[in-house]
Design a protein around this ligand. Structure first.
Ligand code: HEC
Ligand code: HEC
Length: 353
Protein backbone atom coordinates (compact mmCIF):
# COMPACT_ATOMS: atom_id res chain seq x y z
CA UNK A 1 0.00 0.00 0.00
CA UNK A 2 2.77 2.38 0.97
CA UNK A 3 4.61 1.63 -2.23
CA UNK A 4 1.53 2.39 -4.27
CA UNK A 5 1.23 5.79 -2.56
CA UNK A 6 4.83 6.58 -3.27
CA UNK A 7 4.41 5.60 -6.89
CA UNK A 8 1.42 7.89 -7.29
CA UNK A 9 3.24 10.72 -5.64
CA UNK A 10 6.30 10.24 -7.80
CA UNK A 11 4.17 10.07 -10.93
CA UNK A 12 2.28 13.21 -9.95
CA UNK A 13 5.41 15.15 -9.10
CA UNK A 14 7.05 14.09 -12.33
CA UNK A 15 4.03 15.19 -14.32
CA UNK A 16 3.97 18.50 -12.50
CA UNK A 17 7.62 19.06 -13.09
CA UNK A 18 7.56 18.09 -16.73
CA UNK A 19 4.55 20.28 -17.36
CA UNK A 20 6.33 23.12 -15.58
CA UNK A 21 3.38 23.77 -13.30
CA UNK A 22 4.60 26.21 -10.69
CA UNK A 23 2.11 25.35 -7.96
CA UNK A 24 3.34 21.79 -7.88
CA UNK A 25 6.88 22.59 -6.94
CA UNK A 26 7.79 21.92 -3.36
CA UNK A 27 10.90 23.28 -1.80
CA UNK A 28 12.66 20.20 -0.47
CA UNK A 29 13.08 20.60 3.28
CA UNK A 30 16.34 20.22 5.09
CA UNK A 31 15.68 16.98 6.88
CA UNK A 32 16.87 17.21 10.44
CA UNK A 33 16.83 13.47 10.96
CA UNK A 34 18.24 10.46 9.22
CA UNK A 35 15.07 8.55 10.01
CA UNK A 36 12.87 8.67 6.94
CA UNK A 37 9.58 9.98 8.26
CA UNK A 38 7.85 10.89 5.04
CA UNK A 39 7.72 9.18 1.68
CA UNK A 40 10.80 9.78 -0.41
CA UNK A 41 9.75 11.39 -3.66
CA UNK A 42 11.79 12.29 -6.70
CA UNK A 43 11.10 15.88 -7.57
CA UNK A 44 12.28 17.37 -10.84
CA UNK A 45 13.18 20.94 -9.90
CA UNK A 46 11.10 23.57 -11.63
CA UNK A 47 12.58 24.65 -14.94
CA UNK A 48 14.90 21.66 -15.24
CA UNK A 49 14.97 19.33 -18.24
CA UNK A 50 13.45 15.85 -17.96
CA UNK A 51 15.90 13.43 -16.32
CA UNK A 52 17.42 10.55 -18.27
CA UNK A 53 16.49 8.16 -15.45
CA UNK A 54 13.31 8.58 -13.47
CA UNK A 55 12.98 5.23 -11.70
CA UNK A 56 11.14 3.61 -14.57
CA UNK A 57 11.21 -0.15 -13.76
CA UNK A 58 12.50 0.65 -10.28
CA UNK A 59 9.64 1.74 -8.06
CA UNK A 60 10.93 4.26 -5.56
CA UNK A 61 10.02 3.54 -1.93
CA UNK A 62 11.29 4.41 1.52
CA UNK A 63 12.30 0.79 2.04
CA UNK A 64 14.23 0.70 -1.24
CA UNK A 65 15.93 4.02 -0.50
CA UNK A 66 16.95 2.94 3.01
CA UNK A 67 18.30 -0.34 1.70
CA UNK A 68 20.31 1.57 -0.91
CA UNK A 69 21.70 3.84 1.78
CA UNK A 70 22.77 0.91 3.96
CA UNK A 71 24.50 -0.72 0.99
CA UNK A 72 26.21 2.55 0.00
CA UNK A 73 27.79 2.82 3.45
CA UNK A 74 28.55 -0.87 3.92
CA UNK A 75 32.26 -1.74 3.92
CA UNK A 76 31.37 -5.40 3.33
CA UNK A 77 30.99 -4.52 -0.34
CA UNK A 78 34.81 -4.59 -0.49
CA UNK A 79 37.01 -7.71 -0.38
CA UNK A 80 38.60 -6.97 3.01
CA UNK A 81 35.48 -5.28 4.43
CA UNK A 82 37.36 -2.00 4.75
CA UNK A 83 35.93 0.29 2.10
CA UNK A 84 32.41 1.42 1.30
CA UNK A 85 31.12 3.58 -1.53
CA UNK A 86 30.87 6.29 1.11
CA UNK A 87 34.62 6.01 1.84
CA UNK A 88 35.38 7.70 -1.49
CA UNK A 89 32.08 9.57 -1.84
CA UNK A 90 31.69 11.54 1.39
CA UNK A 91 28.51 13.44 2.19
CA UNK A 92 30.29 16.56 3.46
CA UNK A 93 32.33 16.68 0.24
CA UNK A 94 29.16 16.61 -1.90
CA UNK A 95 29.99 12.90 -2.21
CA UNK A 96 33.45 13.44 -3.67
CA UNK A 97 36.58 12.38 -1.78
CA UNK A 98 37.79 15.38 0.14
CA UNK A 99 41.43 16.29 -0.27
CA UNK A 100 42.24 13.21 -2.35
CA UNK A 101 43.47 13.93 -5.85
CA UNK A 102 43.16 10.31 -6.97
CA UNK A 103 41.08 7.60 -5.40
CA UNK A 104 42.33 5.48 -2.52
CA UNK A 105 40.83 2.01 -2.45
CA UNK A 106 41.38 -0.99 -0.24
CA UNK A 107 44.89 -1.54 1.14
CA UNK A 108 45.65 2.05 0.17
CA UNK A 109 45.74 1.15 -3.52
CA UNK A 110 45.81 4.24 -5.69
CA UNK A 111 43.67 4.85 -8.72
CA UNK A 112 44.44 7.41 -11.39
CA UNK A 113 41.27 9.45 -11.25
CA UNK A 114 39.57 11.81 -8.83
CA UNK A 115 36.29 10.66 -7.21
CA UNK A 116 33.62 12.82 -8.79
CA UNK A 117 30.97 14.36 -6.54
CA UNK A 118 27.61 12.57 -6.70
CA UNK A 119 24.39 14.55 -7.22
CA UNK A 120 21.82 15.01 -9.97
CA UNK A 121 22.94 11.65 -11.34
CA UNK A 122 19.53 10.99 -12.88
CA UNK A 123 20.38 13.59 -15.52
CA UNK A 124 23.67 11.97 -16.54
CA UNK A 125 23.44 10.08 -19.83
CA UNK A 126 26.69 8.30 -18.90
CA UNK A 127 28.98 7.83 -15.91
CA UNK A 128 32.68 8.16 -15.13
CA UNK A 129 35.04 10.77 -16.51
CA UNK A 130 35.15 8.92 -19.81
CA UNK A 131 31.48 7.86 -19.97
CA UNK A 132 32.48 4.19 -19.73
CA UNK A 133 29.19 3.19 -18.07
CA UNK A 134 25.81 4.28 -19.32
CA UNK A 135 23.28 3.12 -16.73
CA UNK A 136 22.96 4.13 -13.10
CA UNK A 137 21.77 0.61 -12.23
CA UNK A 138 24.90 -1.08 -13.54
CA UNK A 139 27.38 1.56 -12.41
CA UNK A 140 28.28 0.02 -8.98
CA UNK A 141 29.63 -3.16 -10.65
CA UNK A 142 32.70 -1.19 -11.62
CA UNK A 143 33.91 0.07 -8.21
CA UNK A 144 33.03 -3.25 -6.54
CA UNK A 145 35.14 -5.25 -8.98
CA UNK A 146 37.88 -2.68 -9.60
CA UNK A 147 41.12 -4.03 -8.04
CA UNK A 148 42.20 -0.57 -6.87
CA UNK A 149 38.78 0.28 -5.40
CA UNK A 150 36.82 -2.49 -3.63
CA UNK A 151 38.33 -5.56 -5.34
CA UNK A 152 35.39 -7.82 -4.55
CA UNK A 153 33.26 -10.18 -6.66
CA UNK A 154 29.53 -9.67 -7.10
CA UNK A 155 29.03 -13.26 -5.98
CA UNK A 156 30.74 -12.56 -2.66
CA UNK A 157 28.83 -9.33 -2.15
CA UNK A 158 25.54 -11.12 -2.71
CA UNK A 159 26.59 -13.90 -0.31
CA UNK A 160 27.64 -11.47 2.43
CA UNK A 161 24.40 -9.52 2.13
CA UNK A 162 22.27 -12.68 2.01
CA UNK A 163 23.87 -13.95 5.22
CA UNK A 164 22.69 -10.92 7.15
CA UNK A 165 19.20 -11.21 8.64
CA UNK A 166 18.81 -7.43 8.86
CA UNK A 167 19.40 -7.19 5.13
CA UNK A 168 17.02 -10.05 4.33
CA UNK A 169 14.32 -8.19 6.20
CA UNK A 170 15.12 -4.98 4.32
CA UNK A 171 14.96 -6.79 0.97
CA UNK A 172 11.53 -8.12 1.92
CA UNK A 173 10.34 -4.62 2.79
CA UNK A 174 11.76 -3.17 -0.42
CA UNK A 175 10.98 -5.90 -2.94
CA UNK A 176 8.28 -8.08 -1.39
CA UNK A 177 10.44 -11.13 -0.57
CA UNK A 178 13.85 -11.96 0.88
CA UNK A 179 15.59 -12.78 -2.39
CA UNK A 180 18.98 -11.10 -2.46
CA UNK A 181 20.55 -10.76 -5.90
CA UNK A 182 22.82 -8.25 -7.58
CA UNK A 183 20.02 -6.76 -9.63
CA UNK A 184 18.08 -5.83 -6.49
CA UNK A 185 21.24 -4.52 -4.85
CA UNK A 186 21.82 -2.20 -7.80
CA UNK A 187 18.19 -1.08 -7.96
CA UNK A 188 18.23 -0.13 -4.28
CA UNK A 189 21.51 1.76 -4.71
CA UNK A 190 20.05 3.57 -7.71
CA UNK A 191 17.12 4.65 -5.53
CA UNK A 192 19.49 6.08 -2.96
CA UNK A 193 21.85 7.79 -5.39
CA UNK A 194 19.13 8.95 -7.76
CA UNK A 195 17.39 10.76 -4.93
CA UNK A 196 20.48 12.94 -4.39
CA UNK A 197 19.18 16.06 -6.09
CA UNK A 198 21.04 19.30 -5.51
CA UNK A 199 18.90 22.23 -6.58
CA UNK A 200 18.82 24.59 -3.61
CA UNK A 201 21.85 26.78 -4.05
CA UNK A 202 21.55 30.56 -4.00
CA UNK A 203 21.68 30.46 -7.80
CA UNK A 204 18.59 28.22 -7.87
CA UNK A 205 16.72 30.59 -5.58
CA UNK A 206 17.76 33.48 -7.81
CA UNK A 207 16.48 31.69 -10.92
CA UNK A 208 13.21 30.74 -9.20
CA UNK A 209 12.77 34.20 -7.69
CA UNK A 210 12.72 32.81 -4.16
CA UNK A 211 13.80 34.40 -0.87
CA UNK A 212 17.55 34.11 -0.37
CA UNK A 213 18.18 34.45 -4.09
CA UNK A 214 19.23 38.10 -4.26
CA UNK A 215 22.58 38.25 -6.06
CA UNK A 216 25.26 40.86 -5.38
CA UNK A 217 26.56 43.00 -8.29
CA UNK A 218 29.76 40.92 -8.38
CA UNK A 219 27.80 37.65 -8.52
CA UNK A 220 25.60 39.01 -11.31
CA UNK A 221 28.60 40.17 -13.25
CA UNK A 222 30.12 36.71 -12.74
CA UNK A 223 26.96 35.13 -14.11
CA UNK A 224 27.25 37.29 -17.25
CA UNK A 225 30.89 36.31 -17.74
CA UNK A 226 30.00 32.68 -17.08
CA UNK A 227 27.26 32.74 -19.72
CA UNK A 228 29.62 34.28 -22.26
CA UNK A 229 32.65 32.07 -21.61
CA UNK A 230 31.79 28.84 -19.81
CA UNK A 231 28.13 28.10 -20.50
CA UNK A 232 28.70 26.39 -23.86
CA UNK A 233 30.03 23.37 -21.95
CA UNK A 234 28.90 23.94 -18.35
CA UNK A 235 25.25 24.29 -19.33
CA UNK A 236 22.67 25.58 -16.85
CA UNK A 237 20.87 24.40 -14.79
CA UNK A 238 22.99 21.25 -14.31
CA UNK A 239 26.19 23.12 -15.21
CA UNK A 240 27.21 20.40 -17.63
CA UNK A 241 25.93 19.39 -21.06
CA UNK A 242 27.43 15.95 -20.26
CA UNK A 243 29.41 15.96 -23.49
CA UNK A 244 33.06 14.94 -23.70
CA UNK A 245 35.46 17.78 -24.45
CA UNK A 246 39.14 18.46 -24.50
CA UNK A 247 39.54 21.48 -22.24
CA UNK A 248 43.24 21.32 -22.93
CA UNK A 249 44.73 20.12 -19.62
CA UNK A 250 48.40 19.24 -20.18
CA UNK A 251 49.03 15.49 -19.96
CA UNK A 252 50.81 13.98 -16.98
CA UNK A 253 52.86 10.79 -16.61
CA UNK A 254 49.57 8.84 -16.35
CA UNK A 255 48.68 10.02 -19.87
CA UNK A 256 44.96 9.36 -19.31
CA UNK A 257 43.46 9.33 -22.80
CA UNK A 258 39.94 10.07 -21.48
CA UNK A 259 37.02 9.35 -23.80
CA UNK A 260 39.36 7.74 -26.35
CA UNK A 261 39.95 4.99 -23.78
CA UNK A 262 36.35 3.91 -24.40
CA UNK A 263 35.82 4.74 -28.07
CA UNK A 264 39.38 3.97 -29.30
CA UNK A 265 38.88 6.96 -31.59
CA UNK A 266 41.85 9.35 -31.85
CA UNK A 267 39.39 12.22 -32.23
CA UNK A 268 38.37 11.61 -28.59
CA UNK A 269 41.87 11.91 -27.19
CA UNK A 270 41.98 13.81 -23.85
CA UNK A 271 38.25 14.45 -23.89
CA UNK A 272 36.58 14.15 -20.49
CA UNK A 273 33.00 14.50 -19.36
CA UNK A 274 32.19 18.13 -18.66
CA UNK A 275 32.05 18.37 -14.85
CA UNK A 276 29.17 20.06 -13.08
CA UNK A 277 30.15 23.26 -11.29
CA UNK A 278 27.71 22.82 -8.46
CA UNK A 279 29.05 22.35 -4.93
CA UNK A 280 32.67 23.11 -5.83
CA UNK A 281 33.21 24.51 -2.34
CA UNK A 282 32.86 20.99 -0.96
CA UNK A 283 34.32 18.80 -3.71
CA UNK A 284 37.93 19.93 -4.19
CA UNK A 285 40.39 19.06 -5.61
CA UNK A 286 39.32 19.57 -9.22
CA UNK A 287 39.54 17.93 -12.66
CA UNK A 288 39.64 14.21 -13.53
CA UNK A 289 42.94 13.78 -11.69
CA UNK A 290 42.37 16.33 -8.95
CA UNK A 291 45.33 18.42 -10.12
CA UNK A 292 43.95 21.76 -8.91
CA UNK A 293 43.26 22.47 -5.26
CA UNK A 294 41.69 25.89 -5.66
CA UNK A 295 39.30 27.53 -8.08
CA UNK A 296 41.81 30.33 -8.64
CA UNK A 297 44.19 27.72 -10.03
CA UNK A 298 41.40 26.50 -12.32
CA UNK A 299 40.76 30.02 -13.65
CA UNK A 300 44.48 30.67 -14.08
CA UNK A 301 44.64 27.48 -16.10
CA UNK A 302 41.72 28.47 -18.34
CA UNK A 303 43.37 31.81 -19.18
CA UNK A 304 46.67 30.12 -20.06
CA UNK A 305 47.78 28.66 -23.36
CA UNK A 306 49.55 25.66 -21.81
CA UNK A 307 47.70 22.81 -23.50
CA UNK A 308 47.94 19.12 -24.42
CA UNK A 309 48.77 18.07 -27.98
CA UNK A 310 45.23 17.13 -29.10
CA UNK A 311 43.04 19.79 -30.69
CA UNK A 312 41.54 21.90 -27.91
CA UNK A 313 37.82 22.61 -27.95
CA UNK A 314 36.99 25.67 -30.04
CA UNK A 315 34.96 27.09 -27.12
CA UNK A 316 38.30 27.60 -25.37
CA UNK A 317 40.73 28.13 -28.23
CA UNK A 318 44.51 27.75 -28.36
CA UNK A 319 45.21 30.98 -26.51
CA UNK A 320 42.86 30.19 -23.60
CA UNK A 321 39.81 32.06 -22.34
CA UNK A 322 40.57 35.75 -21.81
CA UNK A 323 39.60 36.87 -18.28
CA UNK A 324 40.68 40.05 -16.50
CA UNK A 325 41.53 39.97 -12.79
CA UNK A 326 38.13 41.54 -12.08
CA UNK A 327 36.43 38.91 -14.28
CA UNK A 328 38.08 36.22 -12.17
CA UNK A 329 36.91 37.80 -8.91
CA UNK A 330 33.37 38.03 -10.25
CA UNK A 331 33.41 34.49 -11.65
CA UNK A 332 34.55 33.16 -8.29
CA UNK A 333 31.71 34.99 -6.53
CA UNK A 334 29.26 33.55 -9.01
CA UNK A 335 30.60 29.99 -8.66
CA UNK A 336 30.14 30.41 -4.93
CA UNK A 337 26.38 30.80 -5.48
CA UNK A 338 26.31 27.21 -6.77
CA UNK A 339 27.08 25.71 -3.37
CA UNK A 340 24.05 23.95 -1.95
CA UNK A 341 24.51 23.66 1.78
CA UNK A 342 21.05 22.17 2.26
CA UNK A 343 22.11 19.29 0.02
CA UNK A 344 25.34 18.41 1.82
CA UNK A 345 23.56 18.70 5.17
CA UNK A 346 20.56 16.61 4.13
CA UNK A 347 20.69 13.82 6.70
CA UNK A 348 18.71 11.44 4.53
CA UNK A 349 21.90 10.92 2.56
CA UNK A 350 24.22 10.55 5.53
CA UNK A 351 25.39 7.32 7.11
CA UNK A 352 23.24 6.25 10.02
CA UNK A 353 25.48 6.45 13.08
C1 HEC B 1 38.28 3.79 -3.96
C2 HEC B 1 37.39 4.92 -4.15
C3 HEC B 1 35.99 4.64 -4.67
C4 HEC B 1 35.07 3.76 -4.16
C5 HEC B 1 35.21 2.77 -3.03
C6 HEC B 1 33.87 3.96 -4.96
N1 HEC B 1 34.06 4.93 -5.88
FE1 HEC B 1 32.67 5.70 -7.13
N2 HEC B 1 34.10 6.67 -8.13
C7 HEC B 1 35.43 6.73 -7.78
C8 HEC B 1 36.21 7.28 -8.87
C9 HEC B 1 37.70 7.51 -8.89
C10 HEC B 1 35.29 7.54 -9.91
C11 HEC B 1 35.62 8.07 -11.30
C12 HEC B 1 36.02 6.85 -12.11
C13 HEC B 1 36.35 7.13 -13.54
O1 HEC B 1 35.98 8.16 -14.05
O2 HEC B 1 36.97 6.26 -14.17
C14 HEC B 1 33.96 7.17 -9.40
C15 HEC B 1 32.78 7.35 -10.09
C16 HEC B 1 31.53 7.07 -9.59
C17 HEC B 1 30.28 7.43 -10.21
C18 HEC B 1 30.09 8.20 -11.51
C19 HEC B 1 29.91 9.68 -11.25
C20 HEC B 1 29.94 10.50 -12.51
O3 HEC B 1 29.79 11.72 -12.40
O4 HEC B 1 30.08 9.96 -13.61
C21 HEC B 1 29.28 6.94 -9.40
C22 HEC B 1 27.77 7.06 -9.61
C23 HEC B 1 29.92 6.25 -8.30
N3 HEC B 1 31.28 6.36 -8.44
C24 HEC B 1 29.26 5.53 -7.31
C25 HEC B 1 29.92 4.62 -6.48
C26 HEC B 1 29.26 3.54 -5.76
C27 HEC B 1 27.78 3.24 -5.78
C28 HEC B 1 30.23 2.88 -5.08
C29 HEC B 1 30.10 1.65 -4.19
C30 HEC B 1 29.60 0.48 -4.85
C31 HEC B 1 31.49 3.57 -5.36
N4 HEC B 1 31.26 4.59 -6.23
C32 HEC B 1 32.69 3.23 -4.78
C33 HEC B 1 35.95 6.31 -6.57
C34 HEC B 1 35.35 5.36 -5.76
C1 HEC C 1 35.07 23.41 -24.06
C2 HEC C 1 34.21 23.15 -22.93
C3 HEC C 1 34.52 23.89 -21.64
C4 HEC C 1 34.53 25.25 -21.41
C5 HEC C 1 34.25 26.37 -22.39
C6 HEC C 1 34.80 25.40 -20.01
N1 HEC C 1 34.97 24.19 -19.42
FE1 HEC C 1 35.33 23.84 -17.46
N2 HEC C 1 35.47 21.84 -17.82
C7 HEC C 1 35.33 21.24 -19.05
C8 HEC C 1 35.66 19.84 -18.96
C9 HEC C 1 35.64 18.83 -20.10
C10 HEC C 1 36.03 19.62 -17.62
C11 HEC C 1 36.55 18.30 -17.02
C12 HEC C 1 37.98 18.21 -17.49
C13 HEC C 1 38.82 17.19 -16.78
O1 HEC C 1 38.59 16.89 -15.61
O2 HEC C 1 39.75 16.67 -17.41
C14 HEC C 1 35.90 20.90 -16.94
C15 HEC C 1 36.16 21.08 -15.59
C16 HEC C 1 36.00 22.28 -14.93
C17 HEC C 1 36.15 22.45 -13.51
C18 HEC C 1 36.49 21.33 -12.51
C19 HEC C 1 35.23 20.77 -11.88
C20 HEC C 1 35.48 19.58 -11.00
O3 HEC C 1 34.57 19.20 -10.25
O4 HEC C 1 36.57 18.98 -11.05
C21 HEC C 1 35.89 23.76 -13.23
C22 HEC C 1 35.89 24.41 -11.86
C23 HEC C 1 35.59 24.41 -14.48
N3 HEC C 1 35.67 23.48 -15.50
C24 HEC C 1 35.25 25.74 -14.61
C25 HEC C 1 35.08 26.38 -15.83
C26 HEC C 1 34.89 27.80 -15.97
C27 HEC C 1 34.77 28.78 -14.82
C28 HEC C 1 34.82 28.07 -17.31
C29 HEC C 1 34.71 29.41 -17.99
C30 HEC C 1 35.75 30.34 -17.66
C31 HEC C 1 34.94 26.79 -17.99
N4 HEC C 1 35.11 25.79 -17.06
C32 HEC C 1 34.88 26.63 -19.36
C33 HEC C 1 34.92 21.86 -20.20
C34 HEC C 1 34.82 23.23 -20.38
Amino acid sequence: MMRRNVLNKVALLLLCALAGVTGCSKDPDIFGSDVITEDVAFIVPRGWPAPVYNFQNNTLSNAGFELGRKLFYDTRLSRDNSTSCGSCHQAFAAFAHLDHNVSHGIENRLGTRNSPPLFNLNWHPSFFWDGGVNHIESQPINPIQNPVEMDETLQNVVAKVRNDAVYRNMFRNAFGDETVNSQRIFKAMAQFMGMMVSANAKYDKYVRGEPGGAMTPSELSGLQIFRAKCESCHKEPLFSDFSFRNNGLPTTSVNDSGRAHITRDAADLYKFKVASLRNLKYSYPYMHDGRFTTLSQVLDYYTSSNHNAAPIDTAIGTTGIPLSEQDKVDLLSFLNTLNDEAFVKDKRFHEIQ
